[in-house]
Design a protein around this ligand. Sequence first.
Ligand SMILES: Cc1cc2nc3c(=O)[nH]c(=O)nc-3n(C[C@H](O)[C@H](O)[C@H](O)COP(=O)(O)OP(=O)(O)OC[C@H]3O[C@@H](n4cnc5c(N)ncnc54)[C@H](O)[C@@H]3O)c2cc1C
Length: 355
Amino acid sequence: MNRVSPPKVVVIGAGIAGAACARALADQGFDVQVVDKARGAGGRLATRRLEWLDGEGNRRMTRFDHGAPAFRADDPAFQQFLRTAFPPDALVQWSPAGPRGKRPSGDIGSQWLPAPDMPSLCRWLLRDFTATWSFPVDRIQKGPLGWQIEAAGATLAGHFDAVVLALPPAQAAPLIAAHRGDWAQSASPVPMQPRWTLMGVARSPVNGGIGDAGQPEDGPLGWVMRNDAKPGRESRPDEAHWVAHARPAWSLEHIEQPAAWVQAQMQAALQDWLGEPILWQHAVVHRWRYAMPPSAAAGASTDAPQRFWWDGALGLGVCGDFFGSTGVEGAWQSAQALFEAMRREAAFTPPASAT
Ligand SMILES: Cc1cc2nc3c(=O)[nH]c(=O)nc-3n(C[C@H](O)[C@H](O)[C@H](O)COP(=O)(O)OP(=O)(O)OC[C@H]3O[C@@H](n4cnc5c(N)ncnc54)[C@H](O)[C@@H]3O)c2cc1C
């Protein structure tokens, strides 16, 4: 990318890795576009709107954070980013209380929570970007004028000097296979853990002692949360808004089961754990095929642990939570490391307005 004018970069994937990388590149003066197969930003920082009818036939809409419920920030650089890159009130710190007199809520600790919903973090980072949504990229090709990006026979307008893939490994592998077979071979076997997630509205329990969140010690459920107990989320005195994530092993074992069966199992497990009947008003389950990577997945498969892949000669980069440490923090670290490598290599002078 030895040029004087701003390099044109397309970032595929608008989760936290893609959004953070795109933001850092744009702030450095790169000319950046973003595409995602979804209808908006966020990826696994996800909030779902459920429409349902209450007992009186009134139409209701309730939101559930059904992907990452919140996230930790242990790396001082990530903490600094969270403190400086967002407007006041866009992020709050949340220390969920565990159930009273039941069991400790595990090592949940202090978590960061985007407000008013989970994708707002990525929406803010991409606020002034040219973004193309509902564009499920199935081919990237390099020609004499640069990279071209295709989805279902349609081609994204323009040619690009560099492509950044910020996707889970199973989705990145087929796109990079023709260009970097070695990367595709390392990405393909990364065993991302699945999750079944239950979300639903119930009448408030009578004992009131369940707290905000907890981690059952056994059974199908690994995490249980009151979405309505989170700061900045809708709450009503007569309702409980539940989100429960099944354990990875249970999710894997039952990944192909019908949703109705999974829902019944998870509802029964939640009731058992609470020790009281739940009067459901509405509930659904969501299947995450690629929820979380095992720790240091892609780095662990190579001699030198890596946080990203970057091929400057090709102008091709890959980042995401499957490098290095896991979760939202790991995804950000990977994106930041890829950005630094691209910045170092791009021999161009950012305009004075770029930070
Ligand atoms: C149920 C659940 C619980 C979790 N709990 C936690 C937690 O407690 N703490 C924590 O830190 N993390 C947690 N995580 C993990 C965390 O959400 C992820 O590590 C992080 O959000 C990953 O960000 P990413 O940008 O790497 O990937 P993603 O968020 O997956 O972003 C990838 C993006 O690429 C898009 N995409 C995929 N394929 C294509 C394609 N072919 N073309 C175009 N776009 C494409 C997707 O639509 C998506 O927007 C949880 C995740 C889930 C699902």
